[in-house]
Write a protein that binds this ligand. Structure first.
Ligand SMILES: Cc1cc2ncn([C@H]3O[C@H](COP(=O)(O)O)[C@@H](O)[C@H]3O)c2cc1C
Ligand SMILES: O=C(O)c1cccnc1
Length: 359
């Protein structure tokens, strides 16, 4: 089927930018390992911090890159599937929270201030007319269709949204940003993410569906049925990530897949947030397996399907704080650990400089 499809302009552009994604710089990674082993500690004793430092070196091509200019990209979109009663909150919360992000009052704003990260809020498809000087608008449509009855969006809309995320990161990389966190806002998006886990990640709806904003077990079972109906109605093909995204995904999820691909193409580090961002990572790596090397998983969300999704992605989360919020909150917290890893690279004394014996 994929071979017979004629690609739209958006898809052709996606195919060409995916070709820009390179490999990690093996030489600089070897230098980073050598440097870490010269520092005053038993080799490997800083554990995952060492892995982060090595990865940052491979991504940037520098021993200790300057990640001073960093942002959390919070992408927002609405979901037609909210008509099915799958969230504990009403859809109006999506635009209301966008205004809260722009005013600086949401959890992600507070945590981003602590991590010295800019919060960039993007309207990927909120079902309202939003106006604010700081809002980035990349709107393909106002909310998705109800995926239990129709495709969430057209194939071309999904591709346009992915491209929007990619182009945003291309612009930001041009402005000097080198590290990104992914964030989401969209009431109903744990349902779309669960459907993507089933469509592309080999998970059953029951494994993938969790409590989202806080529904009870009875409503979760209803949500499982909603996902099953969406899959039966749309029949996503696991070898066609853009098609699956169009059928059962979301506009903000598509945009975040583009952000991840853009970060990889521009050799930036991308720290992936919770369940929704990981669903976007699933789409991104299905499109471009090489993008996986540029991602770090931040935290293990309490959302039920997240652990299995991270395993499928081959990612291991840095922290587990029992969070289940999204917005990029876990990812900006993880910036602190990236900073710590790079401080080790820059500031620790070597055995030689400190006169400490090795044997
Ligand atoms: C006030 C509020 C702030 C949020 N910030 C992120 N989410 C999170 O909850 C939503 C997903 O859960 P579900 O699929 O159950 O609707 C997303 O918007 C996600 O970002 C929020 C949810 C609420 C209510
Ligand atoms: O892990 C997440 O991203 C998440 C979990 C529940 C609700 N919103 C987001």
């Amino acid at each position: 089927m994929s071979e017979q499809r004629s690609l739209s302009g958006h898809e052709l552009k996606i195919t060409s930018f995916i070709n820009e994604i390179g490999d990690l710089n093996a030489g600089v990674m070897a230098d980073a390992i050598q440097h870490l082993n010269s520092l005053t500690k038993p080799p490997g004793s800083l554990g995952r911090l060492e892995d982060i430092a090595i990865r940052a070196a491979g991504i940037s091509g520098e021993l200790a890159p300057d990640y001073g200019k960093r942002a959390v990209i919070v992408m927002a979109g609405d979901h037609g599937v909210c008509e099915e009663g799958i969230s504990a909150f009403p859809a109006e919360v999506t635009p209301q929270m966008v205004m809260n992000f722009l005013a600086g009052g949401a959890a992600v704003n507070v945590l981003a201030r602590g991590a010295r990260a800019d919060v960039l809020c993007v309207d990927m498809g909120v079902n309202a007319d939003l106006a604010h000087e700081a809002l980035i608008t990349c709107k393909t449509r106002k909310g998705t269709g109800n995926m239990t009855r129709e495709a969430a969006m057209t194939r071309d809309e999904a591709a346009a949204a992915v491209l929007g995320g990619f182009e945003l990161v291309a612009r930001l990389a041009g402005e000097g940003y080198r590290m990104f966190a992914t964030g989401d806002m969209g009431i109903g998006n744990t349902t779309a993410s669960a459907a993507l886990c089933a469509a592309l990640g080999g998970m059953t709806p029951d494994e993938a569906v969790g409590l989202g904003t806080g529904i009870d077990e009875e409503r979760r079972l209803h949500k499982v049925e909603v996902v099953k109906r969406a899959l039966a109605c749309n029949r996503p093909d696991d070898s066609d990530p853009i098609g699956a995204l169009a059928k059962v995904g979301g506009l903000e999820i598509a945009g975040l897949a583009g952000v991840i691909l853009g970060a990889a193409a521009h050799r930036c580090l991308v720290v992936v947030d919770g369940f929704i961002s990981s669903a976007a990572a699933l789409v991104a790596t299905a499109l471009a397996p090489k993008a996986a090397a540029f991602m770090i998983a931040s935290h293990l969300s309490q959302e039920q399907g997240h652990a299995a999704l991270l395993r499928k992605l081959g990612l291991s989360p840095m922290i587990q704080l029992d969070m289940r919020l999204g917005e990029g909150t876990g990812a900006v917290l993880a910036f602190h650990f990236v900073d710590a890893a790079l401080s080790v690279m820059r500031e620790m004394a070597t055995f030689e400089s400190a006169g400490v014996s090795r044997e």
